[in-house]
Write a protein that binds this ligand. Structure first.
Ligand code: IVH
Length: 673
């Protein structure tokens, strides 16, 4: 194929994929199956791999993120990113409308009403119809250059269709859809990592990551609501016209807008918005009211902080008032101490709330929450109940200030401050609370899945001093169990059978069950797929752990430290004696051939399927997969947008050869469909 032919094919594939991206991510009405989409995508990847000079940052294959940055560059906004005046009161909203009428000297003023998206403000620039850069708001004048992070967001088109203004800077909000947020938090909790309080914090956290390939794994989306500048005369005369332009350009905009020309109908529109906002894709914390016509906006102008032609009306978050009965300190599975408020039960957004998190000692001090206080609670991001503020005027003087104990409330051991995080931990591995939470995590469905061994039984075992370590569970006898309160011989036999069954569980379940800080079930599976044997994970050096695809430094240190502790090593020996499975079974390691025997592969760039798929394939054929190129590397498997690993492979004294996805599949005799 000539370069020109390739160029034409690449271009038409890109257009086709862009169209399907738009149908899928923007319009939510896909026309082809995921499989057919993958086929197109892979075809494009292969062509681009064959003609590297035709690669481009606006190709759909460029969304996977690139090499990590050392820091963000600061960029100056060409037009200042203003903020909005806001109000919670209808009276002030009427006042705002009267001001418009007076300043414009007209009775009817057309305003547009749209949802206020509870996300993170960004600026997005297109040049010659291509996405070229993006930045955070920062202080309004300068922000962080987050171009690489924004490129990973699928609802952000990398090119604008013909007919759109080619040079413009847009303003929008990046957010995390509510369900995706809930899923991510559940995974973090599973890995013993702190949950994000709400989707906005999770989004801000993701956009601040310096490693854009990590951002690519976070479920972010974008919606546009304004512009900073447009080269030439704007092809519209109102915000309504601007929204139509967004629509034609395939850029996501407000799901619904309303119009009003007087204060009464403005208030009606806002209450309609309030009534349907829970159906939106994003959290909406209010309504933004904007004068629709641009010439009128110009006449009204802006202050140094905010435009005079717009206002945000914020909805009261769903709040309730109640009293703090006590502040209790909870000890988690990792020993972390969390203050929790016990409340007089109260109805909030449809559920009865009797506890609310106070996050950490710092937070309690900042808000000065005391036992006995009347407080306002809120569903933060409408999800987790939290104490927002104290009604200080209702204090009687009998309230008791909270002091974070310097000893564990359960076992009385002196607590330690975790230097990396705000967390305060009980360091005693024998702490009964840590033990009961660890044991029930070990037995839980996601880990060793031991039938019949629930929290109630775990508590009894701990109280009766029948179990404090995982291995103690395997020494339990039917007699011991049936002697426990509420345990008949039948349930005892059931537990013994459950334990027996768990001896054959795959070793990743065991690794996950150990409850090592930061190590969730996905990471456990990755580690076992890589090392094949729990002993190999235990023996791995810090460098070897970091080398594994998707295992970061924090997790690697945590694993290394855990297995470095002699008492943990002893426990591993006891588990071995108890007959637990440490090695992947034949079926799991599924060695299908020895074609890649003795070869060490590194994978880089985006492939048509997750990297773990190709890693498993290489291992199944006898190869090893590591995360970094070195003189030991035999092959580099390159996908689209390959980054620094491919460069390093080429620059070594003995350059490492590269293979494309289809090269690999051909060698293994697998078809590329
Ligand atoms: S228009 C001159 N429309 O809220 C600023 N902003 O509190 C014009 N926001 O900085 C902004 N949804 O980041 C506009 N539908 C919407 C919005 C919206 C959320 C953000 C925006 C702004 C902040 C002000």
């Amino acid at each position: 194929m000539t370069q020109e032919e390739a160029q034409n094919q690449i271009e038409s594939l890109r257009r086709e994929i862009e169209r399907h991206d738009r149908l899928y991510y923007i319009e939510a009405k896909p026309e082809i199956s995921d499989r057919d989409y993958d086929r197109l995508y892979r075809k494009l990847q292969d062509l681009e791999a064959g003609f590297p000079e035709l690669r481009s940052p606006h190709s759909p294959t460029a969304r996977v993120g690139g090499a990590p940055l050392a820091d963000f560059t600061q960029v100056q906004h060409r037009v200042k990113m203003l903020s909005l005046d806001n109000t919670y009161s209808e009276a002030e909203l009427r006042q705002f409308f009267r001001r418009l009428q007076r300043s414009l000297n007209q009775d009817r003023v057309r305003v547009l009403i749209e949802p206020k998206i509870d996300g993170v403000a960004v600026s997005v620039t297109y040049r010659d119809s291509v996405f070229t850069s993006g930045a955070t708001r920062g202080d309004g004048s300068t922000g962080d250059d987050i171009t690489a992070n924004l490129r990973t967001i699928h609802s952000l088109p990398l090119r604008l269709p013909p007919g759109s203004p080619p040079d413009l800077e847009l303003r929008g909000e990046v957010y995390m859809p509510t369900e995706a947020f809930a899923r991510m938090n559940a995974e973090r909790a599973q890995a013993g990592e702190p949950a994000f309080a709400n989707p906005r914090n999770a989004t801000a956290g993701a956009l601040k990551l310096l490693d854009s390939s990590a951002v690519a794994r976070r479920p972010l989306e974008i919606v546009f609501h304004g512009y900073g500048w447009i080269e030439g005369d704007p092809p519209f005369t109102s915000i309504t016209g601007f929204q139509q332009l967004l629509h034609r350009a395939g850029l996501r905009h407000s799901e619904r807008i309303w119009h009003a020309e007087d204060a009464d109908s403005l208030l009606v529109a806002i209450s309609e918005l309030d009534a349907c906002r829970h159906e939106f894709h994003y959290l909406t914390d209010g309504a933004v009211v904007k004068v629709d016509q641009l010439d009128l906006q110009d006449r009204l102008g802006s202050t140094s902080k905010a435009p005079r032609w717009a206002i945000a009306y914020k909805f009261q978050a769903e709040q309730a008032e109640t009293r703090v009965l006590s502040i209790e300190v909870q000890v988690g599975r990792t020993g972390a101490l969390t203050p929790v408020a016990n409340l007089v039960p109260v109805l909030l957004a449809g559920t009865t709330v009797s506890r609310a998190t106070l996050h950490n000692a710092e937070e309690v001090r900042r808000k000065d929450v005391r036992s006995g206080d009347v407080v306002i609670i809120e569903k933060a991001g409408e999800i987790i109940p939290a104490v927002i503020m104290v009604r200080f005027e209702k204090r009687t003087g009998d309230e008791e200030p909270f002091v974070m104990p310097d000893r564990c409330p359960v076992c009385d051991t002196l607590v330690v401050r975790d230097p990396a995080q705000v967390a305060i931990r009980c360091p005693n591995p024998q702490c009964p609370e840590v033990v009961r939470r660890k044991l029930s995590h070990f037995a839980s469905r996601g880990a060793m899945d031991i039938d019949g061994l629930g929290q109630v039984l775990v508590d009894q075992l701990v109280v009766q001093k029948l179990a404090s370590r995982f291995s103690d569970l395997y020494a339990l006898t039917e007699e011991q169990l049936s002697a426990l309160p509420r345990m008949g011989p039948k349930s005892a036999a059931n537990v013994i059978a459950g334990l027996e069954h768990s001896r054959r569980q795959p070793p990743w379940r065991l690794l996950f069950g150990l409850g090592i800080l930061h190590v969730g079930s996905t990471a456990s599976q990755t580690l076992l797929a890589h090392f094949q044997h729990l002993d190999a994970v235990a023996a791995a050096s810090l460098e070897e752990l970091i080398e594994v695809e998707d295992i970061g430094e924090v997790m690697a240190s945590s694993i290394h430290a855990w297995f470095g502790d002699p008492s943990n090593r002893e426990e591993i020996e006891r588990l071995r004696q108890a007959g637990l499975t440490f090695r992947l079974s034949e079926a799991e390691s599924a060695q299908t051939s020895a074609i890649l025997d003795g070869e060490t592969w590194v994978i880089t760039g985006t492939l048509s399927r997750p990297r773990e798929f190709f890693a498993a394939l290489i291992r199944a054929h006898g190869g090893k997969v590591t995360g970094n190129v070195s003189s030991n590397t035999t092959w580099v498997l390159v996908g689209e947008n390959p980054g620094s690993k491919a460069q390093k492979a080429a620059s070594l004294p003995n350059p490492v050869p590269t293979a494309s996805e289809s090269d690999l599949l051909k060698r293994l005799g697998e078809s590329s469909d």
